[in-house]
Design a protein around this ligand. Sequence first.
Ligand SMILES: [Zn+2]
Length: 551
Amino acid sequence: MYLNCLEDVKNITKELVKVPSIVKTDGETKCAQKIYDYYKEIPYFKENPERLQMVQTIDDEIERHIVVAHVKGTKGDSNKALILMGHLDTVGVDDFGTIKEYAFDPDKLPEALRKLNLDEELNADIDSGEYMFGRGALDMKSGVAGHMYLIKYFSEHPEELNGHLIALAECDEEDNSHGILTGLKVFKDIKEKENLEYVAAINADYSTPYHAKDENRYVYFGTIGKLLPSFYVVGKETHVGQAFGGLDPNLVVAELTRLIELNPELCDEAFGEVTIPPMSLKQADFKEGYTVQTALAAYSYYNFFTHSMSPKDVMEKMKEKAEEAFDNIIEYTNSSYKEFCEKGGHTYTKLPWKKRVYTWDEFYNELVDIHGDKFKKHIRDFADELNKKQPTMDLREFSAKVIEEAWKWVEDRSPAIIIYYSSIFSARIEVTGKDEKEKNLLDSVNESIDFVQKYSDKPIVTKMFYPYISDSSFMTISDDLEDLKALENNMPAWGTKYVYNVDDILAINVPVVNIGTFGKDGHKVTERVHMKHTFENVPNITYNTIKKILA
Ligand SMILES: [Zn+2]
């Protein structure tokens, strides 16, 4: 069956866009309230108020909420449960500049944008009338709106469902994922109360063309993963007048960046799909103010996408690169020194630098071997204290501070590189059909796409990895649990400021597909959602998938 849902989903989307919900503002709760109020008016939830929840996020630094709506089908007595998920928060609007007042107004924003004279494609899209503009229209209130429509539909037609349909609208997707982490706990609660078996999750996060001529629409099984390999480099400080008397950590970091950034060898390929190579996201030393002494230490970190590699694999690769960088710098400084000596008529003696590369795991354990529990306790207390004193401190900065503290315990002060992870972990997920749940999801989605294709004038194409970071990463774990230890053991912030809660994820543990919104320029001023595909085709693919899975 094909639902004529365009107008309904369009109206819900517009209502949601009008409630600003920039991440880390009280708008997140206001938007959650809006969604909650929509469900509250539905007769089904008046009769079954316990199936609708607005829940405050757990262990969060600010107050914000998620909404969970649950419809139980009446077609049979299956205990299978399917999750619909989508985030209600958006990125900020500072980039709107002078037209900021229209950022949440889908009616007035197009004309305001037109006056900015941005580009032809944008004007053509405004003229076409095919797009809705506004912060969050594409990413991804229209996706949440589609799920709200479907929950209402199934609440009125529970006889079409054999099983449970549960929709989550979560906050904090654009920052630290408190929304989905709280959602996992709610899912677990419902599972235990109603003896459910979760079988799949459908996310509706945004998709976009790969290039200007790309006419395809995309559905993604599984999702890309992301790690943030980070490097703490201790050098040997020196006065600029004695350039060869020290080792500049900035030089080592520069070499790390040269070897890692945009290096195609570090693209991760699986099922014919290739990740974008790593990029530097930070490169800095710790020196304050200006002096003519070189820095004592520096650090850098890199975005690293994964399709097949585990935290263990990435750490091994990064160690190779760090060793190569160290070797290169020893060779470079020596050959430079040699040439300088020849020019100036000095006697050359080999510089004292020795390659010294640790993972945080190795470094930490070496210090435990030397100092025992005293060191362990000190670092733990230090991290605890730091987290209590400055709970909003950036996770990357926090991690570097813990290493800086540990370095104070080192006896050998010669230059070294310490490699670690310093950001939240986004797990890669592959959905290959390796078990019943995956097979069923793949088949159901593929058949639904075939059906909806007749109503779409553009090809709807499937791919294996959703290409952006999303909350889909929290629905299952594709990495070996053993390999995940490399994450825990290499995160200085682990256990104080961050944990990756394997148990909560495994309690739900479902394959995930992204049947998401479609449009252009997510996270930009010109963010716009394609209405026909997103308000009609997408909910129909989802609708048919739900009916096949909960048949
Ligand atoms: Zn999103």
